[in-house]
Design a protein around this ligand. Structure first.
Ligand SMILES: CCCCCCCCCCCCCC(=O)SCCNC(=O)CCNC(=O)[C@H](O)C(C)(C)COP(=O)(O)OP(=O)(O)OC[C@H]1O[C@@H](n2cnc3c(N)ncnc32)[C@H](O)[C@@H]1OP(=O)(O)O
Length: 194
């Protein structure tokens, strides 16, 4: 069974996504947006360490290898971890739009179990934009980019201002992220869509 709810269907007047002129070139690694992000941060020992590469248009690919710390059932990836990998993959698309956005809704299909040691190959794209609403979709395959589908997700991201994080995040982490010597990460975290 698969499909997405009415909330994830773009309205009739939605526009096509527009790749930002300064978006990383197709094939380029995006890197982490935040050192301690559970999805992509190198400073998060049990994190997913997702590796994301820009694609054509507003699309990308990503890889995530399931480690023993990501188990739910014995020897199998936890579903919440797989949803987190999809969320991170989809959230990374916003960097290609140069828009700061957070997940409003994420609907996931778990199509087949994913064993520990397996690598998931994700492909994702933004399908439509309507005002602050960004509609996107992702597929994760096992064994290779053309392997069988293991997970799928459709999502709605909502554009926010940087104040969203400053107002709601814990002060010490916000301050540390603002002081990050990595200029690209700082820009990714704090640049407001021009
Ligand atoms: C310091 C570090 C910075 C890092 C930056 C990089 C971040 C990367 C992170 C990457 C990590 C991975 C990513 C992560 O994990 S992001 C973390 C997980 N997500 C969150 O924490 C978000 C929590 N939610 C909120 O903050 C608010 O609810 C938001 C901001 C989303 C909306 O509240 P806001 O008051 O602003 O707006 P609004 O309520 O007027 O809604 C606006 C429009 O949107 C529609 N709508 C809203 N929700 C839903 C919904 N659930 N289904 C369907 N539709 C929904 C709504 O109907 C309306 O439509 P319309 O009436 O206009 O037609």
């Amino acid at each position: 069974m698969s499909g997405s709810s009415a909330a994830l269907q773009p309205p009739a007047d939605a526009g096509k996504p527009i790749r930002h002129p300064d978006a990383p070139a197709p094939g380029e690694l995006l890197g982490a947006h935040y050192e301690h992000c559970f999805g992509c941060g190198p400073g998060q020992p049990h994190g997913l360490h997702l590796e994301v590469r820009a694609g054509e248009g507003v699309s990308l690919t990503a890889e995530f290898t399931v480690r023993p710390v990501h188990q739910g059932a014995p020897g199998l990836a936890h579903g919440g971890v797989l949803a987190a990998a999809l969320d991170e993959t989809l959230g990374s698309l916003n960097w290609l739009l140069r828009t700061i956005a957070v997940t409003g809704r994420l609907e996931t299909d778990f199509v087949r179990p994913v064993p520990v040691g397996a690598t998931l190959f994700f492909s994702a794209e933004v399908t439509a934009v309507a005002g602050r609403k960004i509609y996107c979709t992702a597929t994760g395959r096992v064994g290779g980019p053309d392997g069988p589908v293991a997970v799928r997700a459709d999502a709605l991201f909502i554009e926010v201002k940087v104040d969203h994080f400053i107002d709601h995040g814990r002060r010490e982490e916000i301050q540390a992220a603002m002081n990050d010597p990595d200029q690209i990460r700082r820009t990714r975290a704090f640049e407001v869509n021009p």
